[in-house]
Design a protein around this ligand. Structure first.
Ligand code: GLA
Length: 381
């Protein structure tokens, strides 16, 4: 082997090791930010995305950890003569948009599909994976949601892992750390292999809707998936609906609490330029966010279910445990035995929505839960 070939091989090796390392240091806690889909759907424009970035930078969300500003479907135009993907007239210049978001100290996310078309019928990445990954990196993309959509027209579903790995490898070759979000509705038990194909998160269900029934079916339906989540690789029960108007205050507080206990991505999905102080306060509950972002990275599990009354717990890095008491029906008392949380003797309890220490309790704690509501506490010895 000549010196030149040896040097080139070593350089390539170094490059792949360092880009793999950059990749492995992202999403160590569940990604937080905003995504355009739940509110704007296909009407989204670059101005809406700039508006979201402006709001996040000013309203306390950035400081609270909401960093990713993600464009979902409907930004794509046609490919040019070289096959490079171009944005449509609602977006104009993606590099300029990414720069704008970056100048606010935030990160920029984008959306595509392994199929020929996205779910809304725009240009997908099929047979352009490498080229699209390079384009995203050149624009400064930090997050890619890759949505199966029309891929069933060109691949058997049995190849789903290889299809996702193909884009992961293409992203890796750009050398840019890009959060990789798999979106394929939980098919083929994605939680079992999402991490192996390089996913930082993977959707576990079909699409959320801004209704209590949809949100709770998806949220509480995550029971059992906690085995598969951890730093760098998370179950994704879909984006938040808080502030979109379809649920009551207690229902939105339940939504935030379930997602925090699940160590789910916290991607606001409302119009942040018009968010009410009450909805913003739900998104900004620092004590709930600390549960979500806890460095131990353990997804919470269901401790008990007595019909519509559920107790969920999430162990935290400092040895304390976050506990949610839920009523999926009317107002009821809901109890937990401390031994089911691994505690004996006296235990301290703090309410994370009231931001108040409730005192010391022995043996058990009973929370008074409103209809469709929650009490979230942290307990410790
Ligand atoms: C699918 C996804 C949604 C959204 C739309 C966009 O339905 O699951 O989250 O990205 O496509 O078309």
């Amino acid at each position: 082997m000549s010196m030149r070939i040896l040097a080139a091989t070593l350089a390539l090796l170094f490059f792949s090791i360092s880009s793999a390392r950059a990749q492995s240091s992202i999403a160590q806690t569940p990604p937080m930010g905003w995504n355009s889909w739940n509110h704007f759907a296909c009407k989204v424009t670059a101005a809406d995305v700039r508006g979201a970035a402006d709001a996040i930078a000013k309203n306390g969300m950035k400081e609270a950890g909401y960093i990713y500003v993600n464009v979902d479907d409907c930004w794509q135009g046609a490919r040019d003569d070289q096959g490079d993907i171009r944005p449509n007239e609602n977006f104009g210049d993606m590099k300029a948009l990414a720069d704008y978001v970056h100048e606010k100290g935030l990160k920029f996310g984008i959306y595509s599909s392994p199929g020929p078309k996205t779910c809304a019928g725009f240009e997908g990445s099929y047979q352009h994976e490498e080229q699209d990954a390079q384009t995203y990196a050149a624009w400064g993309v930090d997050y890619l949601k890759y949505d199966w959509c029309s891929a069933s027209e060109v691949y058997p579903v049995s190849q789903i892992r290889d299809v996702y790995k193909k884009m992961r490898d293409a992203l890796q070759r750009t050398g840019r750390p890009i959060v990789y979000s798999l979106c394929q509705y939980g098919w083929k038990l994605v939680w079992r292999w999402g991490k192996d194909v390089g996913g930082n998160l993977w959707r576990t269900t079909d699409d959320i809707e801004d209704r209590y029934e949809s949100m709770t079916r998806i949220g509480f339906g995550q029971a059992g998936l906690e085995l598969f989540a951890g730093p760098g690789h998370w179950n994704d029960p879909d984006m938040l609906e808080i502030g979109n108007g379809g649920m009551s205050r207690d229902e939105y507080i339940t939504h935030m609490t379930v997602w925090c206990l699940l160590a789910a991505p916290l991607l606001a999905g409302n119009d942040l330029t018009k968010v009410t102080p009450a909805d913003l306060a739900i998104l900004l509950n620092r004590e709930a966010i600390a549960v979500n972002q806890d460095p131990k990275g353990v997804q919470g599990h269901r401790v008990s279910a007595e019909g519509p009354l559920e107790v969920w717990a999430k162990p935290l890095a400092d040895g304390s445990v976050a506990v949610g008491f839920f009523s999926r029906a009317g107002a009821y008392p809901v109890k937990v035995n401390f031994k089911d949380l691994g505690f004996n003797g006296n235990v301290h309890v703090r309410d994370l929505w009231l931001h108040k220490d409730l005192g010391t309790f022995s043996g058990e704690y009973t929370a008074h839960v409103p209809r469709h509501g929650v009490v979230l506490v942290r307990v410790w010895k």
